[in-house]
Write a protein that binds this ligand. Structure first.
Ligand code: IMP
Ligand code: MG
Length: 184
């Protein structure tokens, strides 16, 4: 378990409701996910791992080091949340990557799938660029969306219906740097 004095130093004195996934649990699951993704593609397949910023930045950097296939990394910048803890239902694309999609299997890496609004906007846009395949990998899945445009092929954890922070996830830009995932 993380040291509580250290945690309070990191949060500026804010007490978290609870730790949901420890650093060790996350590391073990990310290692498994890297193996699952590697096994899903024959040796020699070329991947493009597309991280959705900002939330996926830590997950993606740990995940790609566990994938044993040739790959490129790029990012998408989408803004879908304001400072609240509920989805605004609006997705703005602030950066669209130049990366070559043709001839590559594209893996879209998300921090968390909640309402599915982000995916419904991004999947058709990415499909248009002609990847060999397009699959979604998410660290957390809340399983609240009635019908997702595409179910993630790889899911780290089935997440509780709470507002989660840490390991890339923020609340109004705070807490992204926590090495574990907690509930506010
Ligand atoms: P969706 O479009 O509703 O599926 O929401 C996806 C995005 O909302 C994620 O990429 C996160 O940035 C944000 N989000 C959803 N749930 C949470 C949460 O519990 N904590 C932090 N961010 C969240
Ligand atoms: Mg986000």
């Amino acid at each position: 378990m993380p040291d509580s004095t250290l945690t309070l130093a990191r949060t500026g004195g804010i007490e978290l409701a609870r730790i949901v996934y420890t650093e060790e649990q996350i590391a073990a699951r990310v290692e498994e996910m890297g193996a699952e993704i590697s096994a899903a593609f024959p040796e020699g397949d070329r991947l493009l791992v597309l991280g959705l910023l900002k939330g996926s930045f830590i997950f993606l950097s740990d995940l790609v080091r566990q994938i044993t296939r040739p790959l490129h990394v790029d990012f998408l910048v989408a803004a879908s949340y304001g400072s609240g803890t509920t989805s605004s239902g609006k997705v703005d694309l602030l950066y669209n990557p130049n990366a070559e999609f043709v001839g590559r299997h594209v893996i879209l890496v998300e921090d968390i799938v909640d309402s599915g609004t982000t995916l419904s906007r991004l999947v058709p846009m990415l499909e248009e660029r002609g990847p060999l395949s397009l699959e979604i990998c998410t660290l957390l899945h809340k399983h609240v969306a009635a019908d997702l445009i595409r179910e993630p092929r790889w899911v780290g954890f089935d997440a509780p219906h709470e507002f989660l922070i840490g390991y890339g996830l923020d609340h109004a830009e705070d807490y992204r740097h926590l090495p574990f995932i907690g509930s506010l």
